[in-house]
Design a protein around this ligand. Sequence first.
Ligand SMILES: Nc1ncnc2c1ncn2[C@@H]1O[C@H](COP(=O)(O)OP(=O)(O)O)[C@@H](O)[C@H]1O
Ligand SMILES: [Mg+2]
Length: 251
Amino acid sequence: MIRLEGVSRTFLAEGREVTAVKDITLEIFAGECLCLIGKSGCGKTTTLRLINRLLQPTSGRVLVDGVDTETVDPIRLRRGMGYVVQSGALFPHLTVRRNVELMCRVEGWDGARSLARANELLTLVRLPPEDFAERFPSELSGGQRQRVGVARALALDPDILLMDEPFGALDPVTRHEVQQEFRELEGAVNKTVVIVTHDLAEAFLLGDRVALMAEGEILQVGTLDDFRTAPAGPRVQRFLEQHLEGGHGQA
Ligand SMILES: Nc1ncnc2c1ncn2[C@@H]1O[C@H](COP(=O)(O)OP(=O)(O)O)[C@@H](O)[C@H]1O
Ligand SMILES: [Mg+2]
């Protein structure tokens, strides 16, 4: 489905070259949920943006369904990939319905079709449209805003959903609730999902597999069992020890 082949990305920051992503090779299978995890600054967001071509690789290739994304119109590419960021990143001056419909309108759908789609999506994320459609984002809780962000990303029924720390801004109780809901939703919609998180418990709760990154590289990709039984070296071991103590009974 998605394949990164020897992908690197460098940035120039104040005249200095920073390698954000270093020779990553990673395959994300159709229908799976893969979590990218690692400390702040290790290259997670850069990797996600390389997938939907908000960034281009300095070297290497990104393939989606076997096609080099370099050869695809980036706007078309992104329409096939929902993108969710922290707190939903809604437009504050648009109602919930307008936020959800946004991409439908961009695609030229008429009002009735867009409205029907918005209602369907709001119902899917458990925000009954009769209560929520005409509210503004400021009239929602953090968890509700996040659900609207997910609904918006699903508007054009993309095969791929990319999420960057989607639950990072929520308080622990809401976060747990939204994680559980997302897990059910994910099972129901059957998308290929890539989630960036720095929370290992969340990664193992939501991910079929987890890719652990450090300093722009992938240290290990696998299931919770793989990490537990065969951690790929002392850096992985240390990360697990620091981040797993007691904290993930739900995984
Ligand atoms: N546009 C940019 N210009 C310069 N440096 C950047 C840019 N984007 C990311 N970086 C650097 O690349 C590294 C990885 O960043 P990022 O992918 O955002 O990490 P993460 O999402 O894991 O916190 C960091 O050192 C960051 O400062
Ligand atoms: Mg990031």
